[in-house]
Design a protein around this ligand. Structure first.
Ligand code: GDP
Ligand code: MG
Length: 160
């Protein structure tokens, strides 16, 4: 082990990533987790979870006025989701790139939505849009004790 090669914890962010019910039903959980693992980010929380209506409404509260809001909360509560917390330098923006545009038809090939989905209302995955929302959403979806801090053995091979 080469502790002197471990990157500093400065600039480490966390993001809330969620496989939506369509992603779970379509058997895409492993594929989606793989993309974040292979990129080199660190998984610090993971659970399969049936989301109650109130939590879906709180999570998407900024979209409350949108005409699609009732359909959105119905979609998110229509079956189990996979809740994840991921950590890393630049993880928030990088995860949004890996995920791709909100409308899967506009998402670039190579992105999760670009490769695996065809419609905004069934776009298989959520990712926090800012470091502040990453912190807010992880606190919203995970209880204390559900997150697991750990040291990634490959850390010195990911960052100088
Ligand atoms: P995201 O950050 O890329 O997930 O997109 P937004 O924050 O703008 O919207 C949140 C989620 O609401 C999206 O991922 C979609 O699941 C859903 N959504 C957004 N726009 C629409 C829409 O026009 N129609 C429907 N049915 N759902 C939408
Ligand atoms: Mg959003």
């Amino acid at each position: 082990f080469l502790p002197h090669l471990v990157a500093s914890m400065e600039d480490v962010e966390e993001t809330y990533i969620m496989v939506k019910p369509d992603g779970v039903q379509r058997g895409l959980v492993g594929e989606i987790i793989s993309r974040f693992e292979k990129k080199g980010f660190k998984l610090t929380g993971l659970k399969l979870f049936q989301c109650p209506k109130e939590l879906a409404e709180e999570h998407y509260k900024d979209l409350k006025a949108k005409p699609f809001f009732p359909k959105l909360t119905e979609y998110i509560t229509s079956g189990p989701v996979v809740c994840m917390a991921w950590e890393g330098v630049g993880v928030v923006a990088s995860a949004r790139k890996l995920i791709g545009a909100t409308n899967p038809l506009q998402a670039e090939p190579g992105t999760i939505r670009g490769d695996l989905a065809v419609q905004t209302g069934r776009n298989v995955i959520h990712g926090s849009d800012s470091p502040e929302n990453g912190v807010r959403e992880i606190a919203l979806w995970f209880k204390e004790g559900e997150l697991c801090p750990w040291t990634q053995a490959q850390a010195p091979w990911l960052r100088e």
